[in-house]
Design a protein around this ligand. Structure first.
Ligand code: HEM
Ligand SMILES: *[C@@H]1O[C@H](CO)[C@@H](O)[C@H](O)[C@H]1NC(C)=O
Ligand SMILES: *[C@@H]1O[C@H](CO)[C@@H](O)[C@H](O)[C@H]1NC(C)=O
Ligand SMILES: *[C@@H]1O[C@H](CO)[C@@H](O)[C@H](O)[C@H]1NC(C)=O
Ligand SMILES: *[C@@H]1O[C@H](CO)[C@@H](O)[C@H](O)[C@H]1NC(C)=O
Ligand SMILES: *[C@@H]1O[C@H](CO)[C@@H](O)[C@H](O)[C@H]1NC(C)=O
Ligand SMILES: *[C@@H]1O[C@H](CO)[C@@H](O)[C@H](O)[C@H]1NC(C)=O
Ligand SMILES: *[C@@H]1O[C@H](CO)[C@@H](O)[C@H](O)[C@H]1NC(C)=O
Ligand SMILES: *[C@@H]1O[C@H](CO)[C@@H](O)[C@H](O)[C@H]1NC(C)=O
Ligand SMILES: *[C@@H]1O[C@H](CO)[C@@H](O)[C@H](O)[C@H]1NC(C)=O
Length: 527
């Protein structure tokens, strides 16, 4: 099936309730840029790699731990106040008696190195739930971003197995799910993992060699448990080992009370695998999109056809070096791409009206994530450009021309008709003069001469660590860099970077004007 129709087909299943459009990427958009990399490039985030193949951890699976983490985070939502929901408040709550389990902190630590100034932990917890489900063979849940991290714990509203049906029904109603949806969401969630004796000694009363009474039996070959409706079938035919259904402690048989609460009508419907998958896509999707009413989520983030990635503009050897990469979805064609740019000023050696241009100097294949492959994106091609730009006339915007060399007309890629605009060339991150080695990490920023009233700072996002692995921001004050004398019309400023720095945004005031530049990656490959 071609990619477009495959995506159309897959998204049909997810539009049961509200049709959400696909997000449009207008460069630079740090939020969408970060989330797209995290979703569709492997190794850009733990959330898209660690749970692959339903891999084991603590005799359960990483996927099970991530899905439970997402639910327990979302379960603080209150429909009447619009507060709580999936906001990473679980980082301040996992020590509560209602959130036991080593998997909670372990999962938070998995995600701790992924956030930056624009994307918080909550988006990675939500992304983790999606990758948990596909990692165990389940269906694709669409991803929307833009969650906002809480700064403190929410209310203690996570359901516990000894509570009665009325309490559970009320809790799910407060979280935005009716009684039917409660049954389904739990049947979806308890498709993975199980109950640990160490966490619930009064629930798991018998000895289990692994310490975990899984909801369904693990396949004999692998330890891992798949995301499917095995639990539903085993519940209906009376063979289930789910300790929340058949455990000897009747008080904690919460799954039994809930599953049978509508005379098994919903469980019988979920016995059909297509129905089960559709319902789980819808309900887990709603669960991860349960956010405070003040938060607006992005549209669905599908792999972008064209993505400008990792641009760098800095003074070097008598000109401005401009490095850019255009990411194109692999399409079986050996296209050639030319980058064009326009001058910022008519002084110096300005570009002709048609633009200055360079061909790409390198086309390298780049792997796509498992989620991307499920969406019909087999890999990407990275077209890299290295332009030498006149120091005086400089650069105001750039765009690309793609020739697929298949007889079709070349076409322009210009940021949806807006051009890729370089805001300014007054304050520039300098990857060549900066250093990111373990021996010494410092950032160097060039400020265009002549200038007065110079104040250069950087907002540095630093990874959190146990016991509360939430990122934090710190402001660095850059000082005149004595190691790098003025050159090419720029004066350089520097500051040491904190340990565990994840990303930086430079903010500067020069001549009374404010400038900023996002520096997404610490090391700039190929520089
Ligand atoms: C009345 C509602 C619920 C109750 C009482 C409940 C109870 C439990 C209990 C007692 C455990 C064992 C945890 C441990 O041993 O550390 C568990 C595990 C789990 N729950 Fe729930 N749960 C509920 C709803 C949900 C929902 C809505 C989801 C997700 C959609 C979910 C997903 C999971 C997963 C994936 C595990 C396995 C975790 C692992 O193996 O590490 N649960 N649940
Ligand atoms: C819950 O909502 C669904 C979808 O709107 C509906 O089909 C179902 O009947 C509702 N269940 C209850 C118990 O209200
Ligand atoms: C069953 O679980 C409840 C709630 O955790 C507990 O209070 C009770 O003592 C347990 N009963 C037995 C027989 O272990
Ligand atoms: C996993 O199970 C093995 C026995 O199969 C047990 O020795 C080990 O302690 C268990 N690990 C955890 C983390 O529960
Ligand atoms: C077990 O895992 C391996 C590696 O992930 C996989 O190739 C194999 O198909 C799995 N076997 C079963 C029975 O699931
Ligand atoms: C629901 O199904 C379970 C498992 O088969 C069974 O034990 C129970 O009696 C059923 N409940 C009703 C009300 O049909
Ligand atoms: C984009 O750049 C081209 C070439 O410089 C220019 O002709 C066009 O007007 C620009 N479009 C916009 C929307 O700025
Ligand atoms: C700062 O102001 C001075 C004096 O007006 C001017 O010459 C210079 O070009 C300005 N520099 C920048 C970077 O704006
Ligand atoms: C420089 O900017 C930072 C951040 O905005 C501010 O805290 C600091 O006071 C400024 N320093 C001067 C000398 O203006
Ligand atoms: C870009 O070109 C310059 C000048 O030709 C060269 O010194 C530099 O190493 C090149 N950079 C990359 C990343 O290819």
């Amino acid at each position: 099936m071609p990619r477009r129709s495959l995506i159309a087909f897959l998204s049909l299943a997810s539009t049961l309730h509200i049709a959400v459009a696909d997000a449009v990427f207008n460069w630079p958009d740090p939020l969408l840029s970060t989330l797209d990399d995290a979703l569709y490039r492997p190794l850009f985030s733990a959330a898209s790699t660690f749970a692959l193949n339903c891999g084991p951890r603590d005799n359960s699976t990483i996927a099970a731990q991530w899905l439970r983490l997402a639910y327990h985070d979302a379960a603080t939502y209150d429909v009447t106040t619009g507060l709580g929901g999936l906001d990473a408040s679980i980082a301040y709550e996992y020590t509560r008696p209602q959130n036991p389990g080593a998997g909670m902190l372990e999962s938070l630590v998995d995600f701790a190195v992924s956030p930056n100034e624009y994307v918080g932990m909550a988006d990675f917890i939500a992304m983790g739930a999606i990758n948990a489900v596909i990692g165990c063979g389940g269906p694709i849940i669409p991803f929307r971003g833009g969650r906002v991290d809480a700064t403190e714990a929410g209310p203690a509203t996570v359901p516990e197995p000894q509570q009665d049906l009325a309490t559970h029904t009320a809790k799910f109603a407060a979280q935005g799910f009716n009684a039917t949806e409660m049954i389904s969401l739990i049947a979806c969630g308890h498709s993975l993992g199980g109950v640990r004796k160490v966490d619930f000694p009064l629930v798991v009363t018998e000895d289990v060699s692994t310490g975990v009474q899984t909801f369904t039996p693990p396949p004999t070959v692998n330890q891992t448990v798949g995301f499917d409706n095995t639990l539903v079938h085993e519940y209906l035919d009376g063979t289930t080992q789910d300790v929340l259904v058949v455990g000897s402690n009747i008080t904690t048989r919460s799954d039994l009370r809930i599953f049978s609460s509508d005379n098994n009508v919903t469980m019988n419907q979920l016995a059909d695998l297509n129905t089960f998958n559709e319902v789980c896509v819808d309900l887990i999707g709603r669960m991860i999109n349960t956010v405070p009413s003040s938060v607006t989520l992005t549209d669905n983030i599908e792999p972008f056809d064209f993505k400008v990635w990792n641009t760098l503009l800095f003074p070097q050897g008598g000109s401005l070096a401009f490095l850019a990469t255009l990411r194109i979805i692999e399409n079986g064609l050996t296209g050639t791409v030319t980058m064009f740019w326009a001058s910022r000023s008519d002084s110096g050696s300005p570009c002709p009206p048609s633009g200055c241009s360079v061909p790409s100097f390198q086309v390298s294949p780049a792997e796509s994530s498992f989620l991307a492959t499920l969406k019909g994106v087999p890999s990407f091609n990275l077209h890299s450009f290295n332009a030498s730009i006149d120091l005086v006339s400089s650069i105001s915007h750039f765009w690309f021309e793609v020739d697929n060399n298949d007889g079709s007309a070349p076409f322009v890629v210009d940021n949806n008709g807006k051009n890729y605009t370089i805001d300014q060339d007054v304050v520039l991150f300098d990857p060549r003069r900066s250093s990111f080695t373990i021996a010494g990490q410092f950032i160097v920023v060039g400020v265009k001469d002549p200038a007065t009233d110079i104040n250069v700072t950087a907002l540095s996002t630093v990874s959190g660590s146990s016991p509360i692995p939430m990122p934090s921001n710190t402001v660095l004050q850059l000082k005149l860099d004595t190691a790098h004398p003025p050159a090419d019309g720029y004066t350089f400023y520097t500051a040491p970077l904190p340990d565990a720095v994840l990303s930086n945004t430079i903010h500067a005031t020069v001549n009374g004007t404010a400038y900023s530049e996002w520096v997404p990656f610490l090391s700039a490959p190929g520089v």
